[in-house]
Design a binder for this molecule. Structure first.
Ligand code: AHR
Length: 502
């Protein structure tokens, strides 16, 4: 057993949390849309063809915003192909993922689905094969009330009310050579600036995310960010970050330390934004949209075998285990610790494709292990974040030194008079004996202590065994004279919910 002392001080506030930090992502990729959210022949399909079982699972996650329609897909997408009478919609070669796109789901169907799951949509425009013209037309189609060609076209298509989509992405991963219409930072910076300007002329209330690097190991990072911001600084609101993590080397301690990598990435993008701010003598700060993050490595080999040009092939179907859930929890804690600048973040993705929710065609839907930390953070992580002072034991791994075994953050929800402590024990062997000073909070009472743990870190959920990894309730927290005492099992995700009296 290892002892850890910590203090949660209510003055040690990081920031109010923008709820969009619990966003997610649906791309026209694999079985995310077709066979995931939409399957008209499924026994549980609703009148529009959306799977009700999937809607129910998405609603459990309380996802505030979903990025759509891509991803790499958007860089070859003509949004007009997905609107109007379905019978007339074109089947097209989808070059990003080498599949057939039937266009049976498009902007209007997705907006309908988003209402069913109570979420906002973060819409991406195509800056790969297209540009200013199609982007401004799409804003007009979605957001203009009526009396113009594209707003009237939306009404003619049966959607009277404008969608008022607030958050928009200026393309996707434009720094990557794999991107359709890949550009240099100069080329993209100019195009993004002009597109942003005109989109905001159509609707001045929108907010825009400009593309940062596709990941931290890109050769062009962070020069890409600085050049792109030189061009776009006054016209955009956020810059994007993308990063996926994996455990190819099967080294659990090193894998669980990768949240430090995310933290360093965030800090260096903030530094780059602030450098351009200083250079431009600007009053405005650019915030961060970490709009693709997750674990992605399990399916990479099997995806190489997929034959091209089929409809909705099983692509990027990572099956997640217990250690993946721990890393996802640690990444969520890292996003929360940076909530002063990270205002949007999207777990990529939501259904079937590197996702917390899986389905079988015509059959069941189930929760993967990573579903739980994401759900807990999304439900109980609303309010403002406090940075606990932790004296944690540390370990060294292959790529990291001084990795704290206890990773934790606290969130206060004043509307509900609640404080939630999220905590991960990354120790491979030992229980952590926690002594936490919470004297600043009068009359704290335990609501519940939820634990996700399994001695086998490789255990997964599946359609036949959907409940192998599920949260348990371990209500052994003691609160005495302003100190919270509890034990955190080895390799566990913990959610300690307290009622507080302000
Ligand atoms: O989320 C899967 C893919 O990962 C996205 O399409 C792309 O943006 C990223 O490379």
């Amino acid at each position: 057993m290892k002892k850890v002392n910590c203090t949660i001080d209510k003055e040690n506030k990081i920031a109010e949390i923008d709820e969009r930090i619990y966003g997610s992502f649906i791309e026209h990729l694999g079985r995310a849309v077709y066979g995931g959210i939409y399957e008209p022949s499924h026994p549980k399909a609703d009148e529009l063809g959306f799977r009700r079982d999937v809607i129910d699972l998405v609603k459990e996650l309380h996802v505030p915003i979903i990025r759509y329609p891509g991803g790499n897909f958007v860089s070859g997408y003509n949004w007009e192909d997905g609107v109007g009478p379905r019978k007339k919609r074109k089947r097209k070669l989808e070059l990003a993922w080498r599949a057939i796109e039937t266009n049976q789901v498009g902007i209007n169907e997705f907006m309908e689905w988003s209402k069913r799951v109570n979420t906002e949509v973060m819409m991406a425009v195509n800056l790969g094969t297209r540009g200013v013209d199609q982007a401004r037309n799409l804003v007009e189609y979605c957001n203009h009330p009526k009396g113009s060609y594209y707003s009237d076209l939306r009404i003619e298509h049966g959607y009277k009310k404008p969608y008022k989509v607030k958050t928009w992405c200026l393309g996707n991963e434009m720094d990557g050579p794999w991107q359709i219409g890949h550009k240099t930072a100069e080329e993209y910076g100019r195009l993004a600036c002009e597109t942003a300007k005109v989109m905001k002329w159509v609707d001045p209330t929108i907010e825009l995310v400009v593309c940062g690097s596709s990941h931290k190991l890109m050769d062009t990072y962070p020069k890409w960010e600085s050049t792109v911001l030189e061009h776009t600084y006054e016209n955009v609101d956020y810059i994007s970050l993308h990063n996926y993590y994996g455990n190819l080397e099967n080294d659990t301690p090193n894998y669980l330390a990768k949240s430090l990598d995310m933290d360093a990435f965030i800090k260096s993008v903030i530094a780059t934004c602030d450098y351009i701010k200083a250079k431009k003598r600007s009053k405005k700060s650019i915030n961060l949209s970490f709009d693709e993050w997750n674990v992605w490595f399990h399916s990479r080999e099997q995806d190489k075998e997929i034959e091209p040009w089929s409809v909705a092939p099983s692509q990027l179907e990572d099956v997640y285990n217990m250690e993946d859930a721990l890393l996802v929890g640690s990444l969520l804690i890292t996003l929360l610790k940076n909530a002063n600048r990270v205002k949007i973040a999207c777990l990529a993705q939501l259904v079937n494709v590197i996702a917390p929710i899986m389905t079988e065609n015509g059959g069941r839907a189930w929760r993967q292990t990573i579903f739980y930390p994401y759900m807990h953070a999304s439900i109980y992580g609303r309010g403002y974040v406090l940075n606990p002072l932790i004296k944690s034991p540390k370990y060294d791994s292959k790529d990291y030194t001084d990795v704290p075994v206890l990773d934790s953050v606290a969130v206060v929800n004043e509307e509900k008079d609640e404080m939630t402590i999220f905590a991960i024990n990354k120790d491979m062997k030992d229980i952590l004996d926690i002594h936490c000073d919470i004297r600043g909070f009068i009359d704290c009472k335990l609501i519940e202590h939820i634990v996700l743990q399994n001695d086998d870190v490789k255990v997964t959920n599946s359609k036949d065994h959907p409940l192998r990894v599920v949260p348990q309730f371990k209500n052994d927290v003691v609160i005495e004279e302003g100190y919270l005492k509890t034990l955190l099992p080895k390799l566990s995700w913990n959610v300690i919910r307290l009622s507080i009296n302000k």
